[in-house]
Each structure stands twice: as C-alpha cells, then as structure tokens.
Design a protein around this ligand. Structure first.
Ligand code: SF4
Ligand code: SF4
Length: 217
C-alpha cells in the first residue's frame, strides 16, 4: 500500500516540476527579445562611451596632440604595451626640447587598466570605444598613435617662444585645493604612524618589565 502511495507521490512531484519548468519557458516565450543582431545592427549599435576599446592620442582642431614625450605613460604601463621614441630639438635660446617622434601602442597586450591615461600630465591620452579591432595577425595590433604629421622644428620653436596663456583661476584654485588636501593627508598619515610607533615602543617596554626576573619583587 505504501509503495502505491510513494508511486503516486513521485508522479505528482514530477508533474509539479514539469509545470514549474514550463512556466519559466512560457514566460521567456512572451518576454521581448534583447538579442543584438550584430553586425546587421552596426548602424544603430550603441556602445557605452566609457567602454575601453583602444588607446588614442587626443588631437585638437589643428590636428595637434599634447604629448610632450615625457615617458610617464610608458613607465606606468604594467606590461610594456607602450613604446616611445623621442628626439631633441634646439630652440633659438640654445635650450633643447624633447619632442615625440613615434608613439607605439600594442593593443594585443594592453589590459585596458587605463594607468597610462590617468597618469599623463598633459591629459593627452584617451580610450576610444571603437570595439571592432579583430585582425588576422597580432602585429597589426601594434599601432602608431601619432599618425598625423608632427609639427616642424619651426612650429615647435614658434610654439615655445609664444607667451604662455594665463592659467584659469578656477583650475588654479582646484590645483591648490588638491595640493592642500594631499599635504593634510600626508601629515595625518605621518602623525598616525608616529603614534603607532610610540604605542608599540611603550608596549614593548612594559612587556620587558613584566618579563624581568625582578618584576615580582
Ligand atoms: S602621452 Fe602623456 S604621459 Fe605619455 S609621453 Fe605623452 S605626455 Fe607623457
Ligand atoms: S591601459 Fe594599461 S596596459 Fe594598456 S597601455 Fe595603458 S597602462 Fe598599458
């Protein structure tokens, strides 16, 4: 009798489970589809602005970038995806100026960490969201970012001789506030470290007094 009961109980459980599964299937059947029909939808495809697809040098309206070939991005890149070549040009006052000759970027080894962008003092770099980067050979992923004509030596000299524009007061105030905040943070960290060191010192002193054989007397 109990085996018949178990049999019908398991049949009931099976039917309940099937109904539950079919409910999920039915719900998905009527839910609007969100599958992207790529590449047919290429014209209407919306990629998030902040998507990191490829490193680029920012160019202004005159086709000039702001890179000064300082090499900070190259030094900060954790996997050597950036390789710079620079050259020195002589200015009329006899001073020498370093200028960019070639900026190579290996998209194939880039981890899109963005350290290069955030560390650039000139704000000369950005990531584009152009995600279509498939190629057949890896060497095609090594790109020269300064692909537009570089300024001539005469243009560099003229730019160096031109008076520097006054800094925007708002920007100046921001830089000052950041510097003050940084100094306050360093001071607070230093004080905390000193406090911790003195506490540790006094702890070790009291431990040594407690451990000394005369401490019981
Ligand atoms: S991109 Fe920026 S960090 Fe890199 S070399 Fe040029 S100025 Fe320096
Ligand atoms: S995003 Fe990171 S890995 Fe890629 S080039 Fe910049 S620093 Fe190097």
């Amino acid at each position: 009798m109990s085996s018949i009961k178990e049999y019908f109980s398991s049949v009931g459980k099976g039917i309940a489970s099937l109904a539950k599964g079919m409910a999920v299937t039915g719900k998905e059947f009527v839910t609007p589809k969100i599958t992207e029909q790529y590449p047919e939808n290429r014209q209407t495809l919306k990629i998030a602005d902040r998507f990191r697809a490829e490193l680029k040098l920012k160019y202004d309206d005159n086709g000039r970038h702001k890179c000064i070939a300082c090499g900070i991005c190259q030094m900060n890149c954790p996997n050597s995806s950036i390789s710079l070549k620079s050259k020195m040009v002589e200015l009329p006052d006899g001073k020498k100026k370093k200028v960019l000759e070639e900026y190579d970027y290996d998209l194939g080894s880039c981890t899109f960490c963005m350290l290069c962008v955030t560390s650039c003092p000139q704000n000369a770099l950005e990531f584009s969201n152009d995600f279509e980067q498939a190629v057949f050979t890896r060497d095609k992923l090594v790109k020269k970012l300064n692909y537009r004509p570089e300024p001539s030596v005469e243009e560099i000299i003229a730019a160096a001789a031109a008076p520097k524009p006054a800094m925007d007061p708002e920007q100046l105030a921001k830089i000052k506030a950041e510097a003050l905040a940084k100094a306050a943070k360093i001071k607070a960290e230093k004080e905390a470290a000193q406090k911790a060191a003195s506490m540790q010192q006094s702890d070790s002193k009291s431990d040594s007094v407690a451990d000394s054989p005369n401490s019981d007397k």
